[in-house]
Design a protein around this ligand. Structure first.
Ligand SMILES: [Zn+2]
Length: 181
């Protein structure tokens, strides 16, 4: 537990954390994730937080090379713009992903193509906040919409407008003025 208090999650010593099977967890203000915050309909309130957890470990699957892994979970609430009624939409946003750690970017790309596992390059110091932010951005809905019906009534096109023939014809109005001369 002592390590959890002194480890900086923005510079996490991944190899040591995996070796020791550590878990880090905490909460960040949503405004500390500027790329995510900048894509929201409303700027985050001071009380909006992202709660997160990162578990580190290593194991040797039967008949395979030892694996070092990192599992990240995070959840928050965001305000998006409903693409149907254009009003604000509160959405829970969460992610959970397990990464196998590998030595190089080339190896990560090769293994990503070969398997369903996600791979991450093992760096001496990992910025967990940036990783969590990347993962949450990936979870944003492409077309946010209220579930079912929107709370605000939609503008009714045409139906509430005056029928065509009842509208004053600007040319007729002009002709009437001329007649009055
Ligand atoms: Zn809506």
């Amino acid at each position: 537990m002592a390590r959890e208090r002194r480890t900086d999650p923005r510079a996490a010593p991944v190899a040591a954390l995996c070796r020791d099977g550590e878990t880090l967890l905490g909460a960040w203000p949503l405004s500390d994730l500027p790329r995510l915050a900048g894509s929201l309909f409303h700027p985050p309130a001071a009380s909006d937080h992202v709660s997160w957890q990162a578990r580190f470990g290593q194991e040797t699957p039967v008949g395979r090379a030892p694996q070092t892994w990192l599992e990240v979970e995070a959840r928050t609430h965001v305000t998006l713009q409903c693409q149907r009624c254009l009003q604000a939409l509160q959405e829970p946003l969460s992610t959970q992903r397990r990464f196998l750690l590998v030595a190089t970017e080339a190896e990560a790309e090769r293994l990503d193509a070969e398997s369903d596992d996600e791979h991450l390059v093992l760096v001496p110091r990992l910025d967990l906040l940036a990783l969590v932010e990347d993962e949450l951005i990936l979870e944003l809905p492409l077309v946010p919409r209220h579930d079912g019906t929107c709370p605000e009534p939609l503008p009714q096109p045409a139906a509430d407008e005056a029928p065509e023939e009842a509208r004053p014809n600007p040319f007729a109005a002009l002709a009437a003025l001329r007649k009055g001369d």
